[in-house]
Structure formats: structure tokens, C-alpha cells
Design a protein around this ligand. Sequence first.
Ligand code: HEM
Length: 500
Amino acid sequence: MQLLFPSLPLPPHTFLPTFTAFYGCHLPFLITPIVLFYLMVVLVVVMLLLLLSVHQWRHPKDKPLPPGSMGWAYIGETLKLYKENPNSFFANRQKRYGDIFKSHILGCPCVMISSPDAAKIVLVTKAHLFKPTYPPSKEKMIGPEAIFFHQGPYHSRLKKLVQASFLPSAIRGSVSEIEQIVLKFLPAWENTTLNTLQEMKRYAFDVAMISAFGHKQDKEINGIKQLYQCLEKGYNSMPLDLPGTPFNKAMKARKLLNETLRRLIKERRENEKQGGGGGLLGVLLGDQNQKVDQLSDSQIADNVIGVIFAAHDTTASVLTWLLKYLHDNGNLLEAVTREQEGVRREIIEANRRLMWDDTRHMPLTTRVIQETLRTASILSFTFREAVEDVEFEGYYIPKGWKVLPLFRTIHHCADFFPKPEKFDPSRFEVPPKPNTFMPFGNGVHSCPGSELAKLEMLVLLHHLTTKYRWQVVGDEDGIQYGPFPVPKKGLPVRVTPRNI
Ligand code: HEM
């Protein structure tokens, strides 16, 4: 194992007897300058080794590394991960080694965590020992000052601001705007075959844009939309920054996006008396009278871009699964439709629009969304990195190792969700056991956008189920990654008006 991991040092104290045995015998002899020099060297080396040993005592070196296989040198188990597909790769190893096991994937030694309690330690109770970690190319593309990449006071400060923009109290007033977006899309879907994922991305993107910038139609918004789409195309490409590559084009778009956002920030700062313009941007710009402690333009830009990223592909992928599960479970679709028709009747009787409170009275639809989040588990796991050597549940996790809480494996464990492969929203009639249901993560880095994402799904389902039906086109089962797991070909469906 040591051979496979040359980076793991031999315990320094194993060198100590060798040094003392060799140099100790010289002490009684004449102290010439050269001997003095050697003595000094020895002294320094011994002191260094002592220091290292003290550090070493703090290592729980009596604890073993978690069980598991590190695969071949350098490539580790990466090829197996791709060959087996991530879900069965993790499930097979969990069966063989237990809830905490090691592996070596994508060039990194990793520890996989698949028990709710251990995941809670990583994400909540000992979160300070495990920092978030992303490939440098993603950090470059989103912007290094975005919330995802940070720990500590800067992260807490940002988190408070981002959370403030997406709390139920902040988004309850957006129901009408989200509904307007839905009502704009639906007629265009009528009697056409659409790629569900692509359409859901467009919907979630429009919602993300109003959440980020508010309703004020600044002249920069269209430019931002176009640049964003360019950026997205290269986001999951090979990080090869050579002329013409998708990554290179995306990086150019990112630079232009930055310039456009800075212009917008400048305009909003100048027009502050007319109000910050709303949205997350308005919150991040803050109270301009309070000149101290303001976020810089680049901090604001990186976070606005980051939140739009986090908001739309995730929500769109879950929405795609929602349509798939409702399509495949006809009785459930009818029951959801009945629930939504009840809400619709109340709205029509009161001659008003859909409101936040209506969305709080959709218990079955809400459970269907929860079950979709569980079954699809589009974020199968997340990445953390041990910031120091950590003693963990009887094992030793060396500093720098990646630690992956496996959300999907926990969501698919029969101990917490009996018959886990069955799509059964009734399981959410009772709340899940603590830390067993984490579609939006857990702890300091948990998702601040969960309420907005659920609201988007409820509003869309309200209009879609009461007015339309959809038929999956083709019979291709299977999963594609775009970048999250979604039904093959983005779920092509034909949408038709419902016979009422
Ligand atoms: C169904 C849709 C969504 C899912 C499944 C989802 C899932 C998650 C998860 C699992 C995390 C935690 C990642 C980790 O611990 O490493 C997270 C973080 C985050 N999400 Fe979401 N998310 C969704 C929608 C949104 C939306 C709509 C927004 C925007 C408002 C958003 C903004 C964020 C941000 C900013 C973070 C980083 C938080 C931090 O580092 O403190 N997400 N999301």
C-alpha cells in the first residue's frame, strides 16, 4: 500500500534510532570545527525529527485507513468507476467493505461515506475539518470568489446574504412572476415534441435570472443571457485552454460576462436611490450608505454567476424526472391532477392568481417532489477534502484526501427507505429519519435555493397537470448525464391539451 502512495510518509520516528546509533559514538572524541559542524547538523536534524514526531503523535497512526481497494497505481479505480457506472460502483463497494471505505478515483485518494451519521459528521458536526473542493477549471469558470469554494467567515457572510434572498419570506412574492414564465412556455409546448430537459433548463434559467437580477429590465440582461449560454456550453468540456476549444470559448464568454456584470453593478450603484433593483444582486450590493464591509465588484459578480449556475441545471434535471415518474405512474398523475384541480377551483372562485399560500396546500404534489428528489438523487454525492489528518469513526483519514458523502447510496438504502427502487411518495407521509434525506445537502454548505426549486416545480405542475398531458416519445430507457443524470435523450415528450 505504501508503494502505491509514495506521498504517505514513513513515520519519522522510525529514522530516529538510525541517526543516534550512527552519530552518538562520535561524542567522546575531540571537538574540532568540522565535528562541531556535524554536531550542529545532527542537533538540527534531531530537533526537526522530534518536532515531526510530536506532530506524528497527534496523528491517530494507531488507527487504520478505512477498508477498500486503491486499485492500480496512479489510475486507481477510475476505469472501474466509468465501466460500472457510479451508482453500482459505490453500492458494490459498500456491500463489500461497509459504510466507510476508501478508493482512488480521478487521481485522488478518497474516502466514501454512506451512513447518515458519518455523513452528518463530515457535513455538519466536524464540517470545519472537511473543506469543499472543486476542480480548478470549475473554479476559474464560475469565479474563485463564489460561495461554493469557501469556508469560514467569508463563506458565512455570503451564506447569510444568499439565504436572505431565497428564504420563503423573500420568494413568496415571486409566485406571480414564476407563474408568468410558466404561462409563457406552456402554449409553445402544445402539440409539439420537446426535449424535456432542454425546455426545463430554459424555464429554470428564466426563473434564476429574475431571482438574480430582480424584475428590473436592465439593458444588459439580454447580453448576460447570451454570454451565459456560451459559458455553459464549455462548462463540462475538457479544460483545454487552446484557441477554438469549447473551454477556451467559455473562458472568453466568462471574461465578457464579468465586464457586462461590472457595468450593470456600476449602473445599479449609481441609481441606488431608485432602489437596488431587487434580486440577489440587490442584496449583495447591500446598503450603499454603509461603505465599510461592502462586497467588491468581483465578489458580487462571481456569486451572481455561481448562483445562476447552481440554480438551473439542478432544478431542470429534477423537473425532467418529475415528468418521467408522473408519466410512468398514471394513477399518481390522476391523483396529483385532482389535488391541483381543487386548488384551481379555489383560485377561480376567488377570482385571483396562484399565490404562495396555495403552494402550501399541495401535500400530495409535495410528496411526489420529495420522492423524485430521493429516487433520482441527481447529486449522487458531494466532495470534501480533509484539511488535516482526521480520526474518523475508528479510522484515519490523511490530510488532503477527498471525502465523499454518498447521498444517493443513503437515499437508496432499504433500512431507511424500504423497497428503495419503488417510486412511492406515500413513504413521505411520515418524515424521514434524521440525516437520511439530503437532496439539498446538509450543514453549512447546504442548498440555500431549496425552497425556490420546490416552488418552481409546484407552479409548473399546477398548470401542466390541470391543462395538459404528455406522452414519452420512443421507448429508450436509460440514463444520460447532462451534467446530472436524466432520462435518455433528455426525455422527448409530446404535449397535448387535456380533454376535460
Ligand atoms: C432541485 C434543485 C436543487 C438541488 C437538488 C440542489 C442541491 C444542492 C446541494 C446538494 C448542495 C450542497 C452541495 C454540497 O454540500 O457540496 C447545494 C448547494 C448550493 N445550492 Fe443548490 N440545489 C438545487 C437548486 C438550487 C437553486 C434553485 C439555487 C439558487 C437559488 C441553488 C443554490 C445553491 C448554492 C449557492 C449552493 C452552495 C451553498 C454553499 O456552499 O454554502 N441551488 N445545492
